[in-house]
Design a binder for this molecule. Structure first.
Ligand code: DGL
Length: 244
């Protein structure tokens, strides 16, 4: 059955980092209602086991489906990496995930076909980005780096701090040694580090912010499936969290 176009888009993340995706959606799709769910009681997911992440993801999916969303967006790279199928199996409405969006963004951006991907340990260990990129463009070389310290540094608000700068240099050195021309920010928190990461990688490496690509992909899907909200009213936004 076709979902009701007036219903909200459901967006979820392990915490509040997915608001980077919500912000991009609000700018790109100003008439869409949005319900956001952030699992602040149990964040971070990026260092948890795959089984635990799948279990939590199923719970969140069921919660949002009860709210009768017309589309589900997995804003969390970690959940998208290891639990996207759980969401798709439970859901009768379309599902978009940030990994597919980031992969398409990388393919559109790279010129030398040398792509770096950074993310949480779970995201990088899953190899989901490389698989998603290779599904569409088998000749692109993908180099990955887990950056376990970035999420706590961002949560601490150290967006322009010497410690974060040194950490970024350390993490990115191996990727830069491979002469990448594109770097995928494979985690909800990393768009907040864009100025610092730009300084670290230099002007020859382009950054792919999957929040931006996700907003474009959402607009295209709503259009294609006739699911765009026809009402031209101020949208409603609802935010749910599981803890402070
Ligand atoms: N939302 C997660 C991601 O995008 C980062 C925070 C976490 O580890 O839960 O991978």
């Amino acid at each position: 059955m076709q979902p009701n176009p007036n219903n909200a888009i459901g967006v979820f993340d392990s915490g509040v980092g997915g608001l980077t995706v919500v912000r991009a959606l609000m700018e790109r799709l100003p008439f869409e209602n949005i319900i956001y769910f952030g699992d602040t009681a149990r964040v971070p997911y990026g260092v948890k086991s795959v089984d635990t992440i799948r279990h939590f993801t199923a719970q969140i999916t069921q919660f949002l489906l009860q709210k009768e969303v017309k589309l589900l967006i997995i804003a969390c790279n970690t959940m998208a990496a290891v639990a996207a199928q759980v969401v798709r199996d439970l859901s009768a409405v379309p599902v978009l995930d940030v990994i597919e969006a980031g992969a398409l963004g990388a393919i559109a951006t790279t010129q030398r076909k040398q792509v770096g991907v950074i993310g949480t340990p779970t995201t990088i260990n899953s190899n989901a980005y490389a698989r998603a990129i290779h599904q569409h463009a088998a000749t692109i070389r993908v180099y990955s780096q887990a950056c376990a310290l970035f999420v706590p540094l961002v949560e601490e608000g150290w967006l322009d701090h010497e410690v974060t700068r040194l950490t970024a240099q350390e993490y990115l050195r191996p990727l830069l040694a491979h002469n990448i021309d594109t770097l995928v920010l494979g985690c909800t928190h990393y768009p907040l580090l864009i100025p610092l990461l730009r300084d670290t990688v230099g002007p020859d490496v382009r950054l792919v912010d999957s929040a931006e690509t996700m907003a474009q992909q959402t607009a295209a899907l709503l259009e294609k499936m006739n699911l765009a909200n026809p009402q031209r009213l101020a949208p409603e936004y609802h935010f749910y969290v599981t803890d402070i």
